[in-house]
Design a protein around this ligand. Structure first.
Ligand code: FAD
Ligand code: PYC
Length: 417
């Protein structure tokens, strides 16, 4: 007998969303496709969905070496915001936030997008100056962000310790009210189901092992663990593993891969009403709809493909959380895990057509690409369909590292990177 959760029953009663567990066909790979996306995370599945929905391509495959959503999409702390400093980044991330705002309706699938506000805490004079600069820059760009005094911080997030006895007292905070969280695997499932309904083949357990090029150097197909596939358009959206894939096409990428880890507590009743990030004492936290405190740590200090992080990074983060929210000292931790993020020299992504004709890339989101998921998918689809970038992703080229047109957002996330 099929079992439904309380959420399913509620959503069914509302009649607006379909059941929680997605169902789709598991197709065999065809010999040829019009376009192939490598990587079945939210970005790759989103790209396939928009290619089919907005650009009319139907003969598309998403090739995933494991299971969809099993990469960073299903491993992240789900923070969504667009309070980035530079014009290019604000436009990119706010494009995504606007798509998040309609995504459950667009996919007819509840991605549980919750605009509960993202509060970035200031603990020293440098933080205050930097965040105020962000607030002003954001507002000029039409992105909401506001400065809160310590008293306003306490009012907005009562669980926080704003007392004077902290090692790093809270001196204020920048609040983006439109920021928040979403249910990460639902995003992958929602895009997968909607893409499948438009005829996209989503093929799991299918690792791409080579990218083939013809005599003119154009992309001519891929080799996979389930056989060769012919295609003239390949979009690589394989966070953490982009350099390996690009080497297959003869390209060297300006990327390094690091483990980034997160952890969750035992589930408790609603106790934490927003998302809080602290760059200085280095922690970020929100409460999931299941009740767990979702806590993020920093990247490891060395490159690696191990999907877990060093223990001392997690314990440092827990020290910081206990200082920020003393009542959480009594919480027990449930589990911790890691994902591999790929990082560019300027900490901004590369979302572009590449010098190899027929090859496109979406990578370098580092510690912060979940928030970009719908935007990245949409812009990768645009770039692949039209063979030229959308104005929003036009600055995010590979060539900017050669030409010195960097978009240096290094201090944007409360994550060591
Ligand atoms: P993924 O979901 O990783 O998908 C890529 C897929 O490619 C994987 O499923 C992988 O198996 C597949 N693949 C790789 N190689 C091959 C191959 N050869 N053949 C076929 N398939 C292949 N971002 C935020 O905005 N907010 C956050 O709070 C946040 N927290 C994070 C916390 C952690 C612990 C981690 C690890 C990341 C966090 N991020 C956050 C970053 C965010 O998770 C990623 O930037 C984003 O999810 C990337 O999505 P994606 O679809 O590109 O990648
Ligand atoms: O970019 O907001 C972010 C983020 C939070 C945790 C990891 N990345």
């Amino acid at each position: 007998m099929q079992r439904f959760s309380g959420l399913d029953l509620f959503l069914r009663a509302l009649g607006r969303h379909q059941t929680w567990k997605p169902q789709w066909r598991e197709p065999e790979p065809k010999a040829a496709y019009d376009a192939v996306i490598v990587g079945g995370g939210g970005h790759g599945l989103g790209a396939a969905y928009y290619l089919a929905k907005e650009f009319g391509l139907r003969n598309i495959a998403v090739l995933e070496k494991g299971w969809i959503g099993g990469g960073n999409t299903g491993r992240n702390t789900t923070i969504i915001r667009s309070n980035y400093l530079f014009d290019e980044s604000a436009a990119l991330y706010d494009h995504a936030v606007k798509l998040w705002e309609g995504l459950s309706q667009e996919l007819n699938y509840n991605v549980m997008f919750s605009q509960r506000g993202v509060l970035m805490l200031a603990h020293n004079i440098h933080d205050i100056q930097s965040f105020k600069r962000h607030v002003h820059a954001n507002r000029v760009n039409g992105v909401d962000n506001e400065w809160l005094t310590p008293e306003q911080v306490k009012e907005f997030c009562p669980a926080l310790n704003v007392g004077p006895n902290m090692r790093y007292p809270i001196l204020g905070g920048a609040l983006q009210r439109r920021g928040g969280t979403a249910r990460h695997d639902a995003v992958a499932w929602g895009y997968a189901r909607a893409a499948d309904a438009l005829g996209v083949d989503i093929i799991q357990n299918c690792e791409v092992t080579a990218i083939n090029r013809d005599a003119q150097g154009r992309v001519s197909g891929v080799e996979t663990t389930r056989g060769p596939i012919r295609t003239t358009k390949v979009g690589v959206s394989a966070a953490g593993h982009t350099s390996v894939l690009m080497q297959m096409a003869g390209l060297r990428m300006p990327l390094e891969s690091y483990p980034l880890q997160a952890l969750v507590s035992e589930p408790v009743k609603p106790a934490f009403n927003c998302v809080v990030m602290s760059n200085t004492i280095h922690a970020y936290i929100s409460q999931s709809d299941k009740g767990e405190m979702v806590i993020g740590a920093g990247t490891d200090a060395y490159t690696s493909y191990s999907q877990r992080g060093a223990l001392h990074i997690a314990t440092h983060t827990l020290d910081a959380i206990c200082e920020l929210v003393p009542m959480f000292r009594r919480l027990r931790m449930l589990r911790k895990w890691g994902g591999i993020v790929d990082v560019t020299p300027d900490r901004s992504p590369i979302l572009a057509k590449l010098p190899v004709p027929g090859l496109y890339v979406n990578c370098g989101w580092g510690t912060g690409g979940f928030k970009a998921t719908p935007g990245a998918g949409h812009l990768l689809a645009w770039t692949m369909a039209k063979d030229e970038p959308h104005p929003i992703n036009a600055p995010f080229t590979l060539e900017r590292f050669r030409d010195g047109r960097l978009i240096d957002e290094a201090a944007a996330a409360a994550v060591a990177h």
